[in-house]
Design a binder for this molecule. Sequence first.
Ligand SMILES: Cc1cc2nc3c(=O)[nH]c(=O)nc-3n(C[C@H](O)[C@H](O)[C@H](O)COP(=O)(O)OP(=O)(O)OC[C@H]3O[C@@H](n4cnc5c(N)ncnc54)[C@H](O)[C@@H]3O)c2cc1C
Length: 484
Amino acid sequence: MEKRYDVLIVGSGVGGLYTALSLPEELSVLVLSKQSDTLSNSNLAQGGVAAVLSFENDSFDLHINDTMIAGGQANDPEAVDVLVHEGPDDVRKIMTFGVDFDKNPDGTIQKTLEGGHSRRRIVHHKDTTGAELVKKLLAEAHRRKNITQCENSLVYKLEKVKSGFCAYILQNGEAKTVFADYCVLATGGIGRVYKYTTNPAVATGDGIRLAYELGAAIKHLSYVQFHPTAFNGPDREQFLISEAVRGEGAYLLNCNKERFMHRYDERLELAPRDVVSRSIILESRKTGSNNFYLDITHRDREYLLNRFPGIYAGCLEHGVDITKDLIPVFPCQHYLMGGIDVSLDAATTISRLYAVGECSHTGVHGKNRLASNSLLEALVFGRRAATDIKRCIDKGFAHVEVSERECDITGAPVPKGMRNEINSIMQRAYFVIPDEDAVRTGLKQVDRILKRLQSGKFAITPEYCETLSIATVAHIILKEVDEG
Ligand SMILES: Cc1cc2nc3c(=O)[nH]c(=O)nc-3n(C[C@H](O)[C@H](O)[C@H](O)COP(=O)(O)OP(=O)(O)OC[C@H]3O[C@@H](n4cnc5c(N)ncnc54)[C@H](O)[C@@H]3O)c2cc1C
């Protein structure tokens, strides 16, 4: 790692990688991952990428309409327009990097259906689309001489300096600093603020905290998506049963093994996620049971093994054979629609600071993301961030001034149990259907924890940094909900 780069990208998910690959090859680019370069939400994405790649039975207007309906019409129409119109070219671009979407026997790209989509338009690589994208984008990044990539490099503080940023990094436990003219936050989701989430361990909202500490505008952080059908098992990280399973005909059943969605929405199992999650919670109150199931056993075994190999294997690990058994499911935290507020060029309110992917708020998702629009957003706005950075560089903006920085990372260990306490508060107060009283008391408890973390002299460790991020994100969410 050098002392200075033109562009620092914090995060190696689809957002961070595609931004790096969209930058001119004359620029020096540093891409950091908190742990391994494949531990990310991107790598777990199953269903696919939504894009109108042909107009035979689809149109941009239909995709826009579906996105706005799912988002409760709270989406930013301009951002949705950009997403839907520009997305297909980005999907074609990643195919030039080798991304292999499943094909029909005649060689055309297969398209699947997911909740909230009025047409089959989701392109996929079996049920491991995200891993395919990350693998091919990483391989392309490794080929580029201008891109340096470092794993186990946690950015714990971002300082605005003249003409750029100084990033404070814990690299394999050692404190380092790096300077960059431009910084792109691509740090992904906030799942670990909750007790149960589909997100991996790195999803602690660090980028949102870093931007918040710099004074960047944060918007709609309370727009949290709860996926209706996570595997209902004992684990903290819940295994997702993709919407595509319902798209391919799975029924959602209550504890009496009866379909029930007709009581809540005429779109039945394929209603948008927020509707299905809320219906499950209401149905559970009615039946007094949290036992819900997906049933896809009526589909051909060979078809299921070929179409959903990852889900088949994941469920089998828990003793469930999806070709014969009902799959136990329940909603859990999945995605964040709000985030660091950005322009159509992914620029934050802080000069030279950009945010892309799940940590950003572009406004495309409104109150509820349409399935498979997230990878698309990471691609479109990642490329737009890169274009804007290039535009600034072409205008001859000054380079960052590099200087020496002291990094004292010593201090007391972070008190045990804080993370669990925040997780329980959030699960109680703000899960699918908010509990007003729990929000109010939860906010007070979270603020107490946050104050303690900010005022004490704690050792800078991943545990401390992540607890601080989780507390900051929980504080912003609960405050927003409390203030209505
Ligand atoms: C199980 C699952 C299935 C999904 N399925 C789909 C789907 O089918 N289609 C779809 O469109 N979307 C899907 N999503 C959502 C989608 O995957 C994510 O929203 C998207 O991939 C986010 O990409 P990203 O680049 O913003 O963040 P991520 O892919 O999460 O990457 C975040 C990166 O930031 C790094 N990072 C975080 N904090 C720091 C720090 N402090 N210092 C250094 N690095 C840091 C991490 O190491 C990681 O590399 C799914 C999500 C999950 C969890």
